[in-house]
Design a binder for this molecule. Structure first.
Ligand SMILES: [Cu+2]
Length: 320
């Protein structure tokens, strides 16, 4: 129920209560039940840009990621070091990733080394805090994370024609990045409840509680371990459709950004969202609607199958 309809229901209920003898105590109970709603914040992918709020309250936050574009995107949440703006990130990190990519595509090892050598010292302090995973065009994904006050930015580094979406389209312009501030004001949105829990460690992922079912699923992901791999990626979780015997190997190859066709739009399989890297010891949630069929959890790490980061599963209609 959204806020407006929750308030309408509350008003209707209070109106009815006036005629009964249970008095104001019940009113307070109704108010408490109506207030504890998720704080849903919409973020849209339009073409190769993000649209969304620049300021949101702290606490449990459900990002509803609407992919209105014709491309696959994701919305990783970066936590940059103090003073590092999206423009600084674009000019001193995204640009050098693009230079490195161009060097890899040209087979020019020296250019790749030179690009990586230009990264600023603060890159080691850059943290990630989840955000919606890979989401195919036209789909909607929801991810819920706990946010402390501070400065954050969404980024998407899918590629189009070999150009990362984070790469600036021109001097002083941002690519697919959106800064937002999380304020001291705190929502009282509750922590979600999950019907399945996935544990992620450096050796892979496993379902430790519950099961995936047909219809709406809320999946809790426990980041038992996190790692910084040499390719600048870490542990995350995405859901893909498994249409045939090739799907998993095609997706595994596509998920390596260093490959020429890696992360290049369009993706070879349908992705239904997930959750990007979170700090070790933390947890987050994502929701996904599943119909009967074959799927896999998969991570954006090099050779995910060999590394234990592919977990296929089948969803059956209830009662089957
Ligand atoms: Cu993108």
């Amino acid at each position: 129920m959204n806020k407006a309809s929750a308030l309408a229901a509350l008003a209707a209920e209070l109106f009815l209560l006036q005629g009964c003898d249970r008095g104001p105590i019940v009113k307070e109970e109704v108010v408490a039940a109506a207030v504890a709603q998720p704080n849903v914040v919409e973020i849209r992918a339009v073409g190769m840009t993000f649209e969304g709020s620049s300021e949101i309250p702290s606490g449990w936050t459900t990002f509803r990621f609407v992919n209105s574009s014709s491309m696959i995107h994701f919305a990783m949440i970066d936590v940059p070091p103090e003073g590092v703006t999206a423009q600084i990130f674009t000019d001193t990190v995204a640009q050098y990733f693009q230079d490195a990519m161009d060097g890899m595509n040209a087979g020019d090892e020296e250019a790749v080394k030179a690009a990586f050598a230009k990264f600023p010292a603060w890159i080691g302090e850059l943290k990630r805090h989840g955000g919606p995973g890979f989401l195919s065009p036209g789909l909607v994904g929801e991810t819920t994370v706990y946010l402390e006050p501070g400065n954050y930015a969404f980024e998407c580094y899918v590629k189009t024609n070999g150009i990362f979406h984070t790469t600036s389209p021109g001097d002083g312009k941002l690519g697919m990045m959106l800064e937002f501030a999380v304020t001291e004001e705190k929502t009282d949105a509750p922590e979600p409840t999950a019907n399945a829990t996935l544990a992620v460690s450096n050796s892979g992922m496993e379902i430790v509680n519950g099961a995936l079912e047909a219809g709406a699923n809320t999946i809790r992901v426990n980041f038992v371990e996190q790692q910084a791999l040499p390719s600048f990626v870490g542990n995350d979780v995405h859901i893909m459709r498994v249409e045939n015997d090739e799907s998993i190997s095609q997706a595994s190859a596509w998920l390596d950004w260093r490959a020429k066709d890696g992360l290049e739009d369009p993706s070879p399989v349908i992705f239904l969202g997930g959750i990007n890297d979170m700090p070790e010891g933390s947890h987050a949630y994502f929701t996904v609607d599943l119909r009967a069929g074959n799927y896999a959890f998969i991570a954006e790490v090099p050779s995910p199958q060999e590394a234990g980061f592919v977990l296929p599963f089948t969803v059956r209609l209830r009662g089957q």
